[in-house]
Design a protein around this ligand. Structure first.
Ligand code: CP
Ligand code: NVA
Length: 352
């Protein structure tokens, strides 16, 4: 695993002063230390312990800043570059605000602001920005562009969404489900919709955490075979299972969570007509949700359109879409902080 810069221990909380907690803290410190300086391109690159650590950092920041009103400034003097080739509300605002809340500064850059893709290569851009900012988040069309940036940058690169993965979204989803159910292992999550980037990260994230995933996609819109294989290999180790079908009713049976996303991702606008036809019968409705577990909930990364989920479900008390959107802020803060320097949480570790 390529580490972009040396691990540093910051803050007196990392001194492991209490002997009785030493062994436990050392295990946690190892997970935290292993994350510093890495790229965050897909959850497949992170171990279960590392994902748990990120989720713990996120819940720690949420408890201390939101509930306790603490002012934390661990990223004072640190800067983040944000390259966006596509639109964004949540990713942009949660990241920019999250960086400011932690005392750092973010610079938002679109294709209209910098030379990238017009008359400067990814390689040169990565080399230049590595000397300006401490970490770089990019939302791109081609995942290979993230790989290219990562291979040339000397700073961590964060995937803010590509056509293959959306790992920041799934960290927030995992936190939301942990908050709702008290743990993650063994939960069943159903996806009804397109075999897209959000589903790919959901498959990887859930399989890492020992959760079962049941997917309904129409023929021709199945998830990427490589990602299916990755999820199955991970699941063999964690006890997670993956079930694929083209029947939404079959997919939601027994599920604690039903998830969907737009049927027309950014960049697919020209396929809108044929996609709307292909996804007929895939709307998440109250009737469909009756087949799920009695304690079912609903997630959607947003933005949402009425064709993929009825108002009745989307605005129901089972819908966690707005807490989920809020958790985008705490989880991206956890990722940025943990890539830049080690953070030792002070609050109790959640159960996963
Ligand atoms: N869910 C999500 O990534 O939303 P944005 O496109 O608004 O960032
Ligand atoms: N699948 C959607 C997610 C948006 C957050 C897209 O790629 O446009």
């Amino acid at each position: 695993m390529l580490r972009k810069f040396a691990t540093s221990f910051r803050g007196s909380s990392c001194l492991f002063a209490r002997q009785s907690l030493k062994r436990k803290l050392c295990a946690e410190a190892a997970a935290g230390a292993a994350i510093v300086g890495r790229d965050f391109l897909s959850l497949k690159d992170f171990t279960q312990d590392e994902i748990k650590h990120l989720l713990w950092v996120s819940s720690d920041l949420k408890a201390r800043i939101k509930q306790n009103g603490e002012i934390l400034r661990p990223l004072e003097g640190k800067t983040l570059g944000m390259i966006f080739e596509k639109r964004s509300t949540r990713t942009r605002v949660s990241t920019e605000v999250g960086m400011a809340v932690l005392g750092g500064h973010a610079v938002f850059l679109t294709n209209d602001d910098i030379h990238l893709g017009v008359n400067e290569s990814l390689r040169d851009t990565a080399n230049v920005l590595s000397n300006y900012v401490d970490v770089l988040l990019a939302r791109v069309y081609k995942h290979s562009d993230l790989d290219e940036l990562a291979s040339h940058a000397s700073i961590p690169i964060v995937n803010g969404l590509s056509e293959v993965y959306h790992p920041l979204q799934i960290l927030a989803d995992l936190q939301t489900l942990q908050e709702r159910f008290g743990s993650l292992h063994g939960l069943t999550v159903s996806w009804v919709g397109d075999g897209n980037n959000v589903l790919h990260s959901l498959m990887i994230g859930c399989s890492k955490m020992g959760m079962h995933v049941r997917v309904a996609t129409p023929d021709g819109y199945k998830p990427n075979p490589t990602v299916i294989q990755q999820a199955e290999i991970i699941g063999n180790k964690t006890g997670a299972t993956l079930y694929l079908t083209d029947d939404p009713r079959d997919a939601v049976r027994g599920a604690q969570c039903i998830v969907t996303d737009t049927w027309i991702s950014m960049g697919q606008e020209e396929e809108a007509k044929q996609r709307l036809k292909a996804f007929e019968g895939y709307q998440v409705t109250s009737q469909l949700c009756e087949l799920a577990s009695r304690d079912w909930c609903f997630l959607h990364c947003l933005p949402r359109h009425q064709e993929e989920v009825s108002d009745e479900v989307f605005y129901s008390d089972r819908s966690l879409v707005f807490p989920e959107a809020e958790n985008r802020k705490w989880t991206v803060m956890a990722v940025l902080l943990s890539l830049i320097q080690q953070h030792c949480p002070l609050t109790t570790k959640p159960t996963f």
